[in-house]
Design a protein around this ligand. Sequence first.
Ligand SMILES: C[S@@+](CC[C@H](N)C(=O)[O-])C[C@H]1O[C@@H](n2cnc3c(N)ncnc32)[C@H](O)[C@@H]1O
Length: 199
Amino acid sequence: MPKPYIPNDKWSQKAASEGYRARSVYKLMELDQRLKLLKPGMTVLDLGAAPGSWLQYSAQRIGPKGRAIGVDLTAIESIAPNVSLAQLDVTNEEALLALLAAEHIERVDLVLSDIAPSTSGIKDVDQWRSVELAQSVIAIASRFLRPQGYCVVKVFRGADFDELLRDIKREGLWKDPRVLQVQASRDRSREVYVALKRL
Ligand SMILES: C[S@@+](CC[C@H](N)C(=O)[O-])C[C@H]1O[C@@H](n2cnc3c(N)ncnc32)[C@H](O)[C@@H]1O
């Protein structure tokens, strides 16, 4: 019989003991503390949301009057009555637009994305895919985020990272991007969160 999975790092153990689906929840908690992202009543879009720990935390912070929409390639188990879930590819803009229209969403207060490509083992390829995913997330945020709203997206640092930041600045839609590292990241030298505030 296969042995049950027992998490062996402190963040995973903490997440399991506190009822969160993933250790990544502590990354969002830190980002929330530093940037004051989540407030009661907000509408939040989480792109690349499975298994759903960011949605669990967001649902607590936005409360019953808030709304969250979680999207992932993988199915996400239901979270709370005010959290809608969809299984789709965030690079499929048409499908994402159809989802938001079906949910009657014209504007969101916050876009969160802890998105990560399935890793190939080739560092440069994974980094380039991570940048591509971040670009898709930012494209959606440019259309749907309210003025002064935040988009926070994970990116693997590497060769294409500076170009991504230059493109963001060139777009002229955002206040200067902030690049943040968080305590709970496994690979803090590579994994960062880019926080953009819509002008
Ligand atoms: C690190 S996990 C997110 C963890 C999540 N924040 C949580 O707390 O449970 C990254 C997710 O990005 C998703 N992902 C990767 N590429 C995607 C794509 N093109 N469209 C949608 N989701 C994608 C993966 O399926 C994976 O579930």
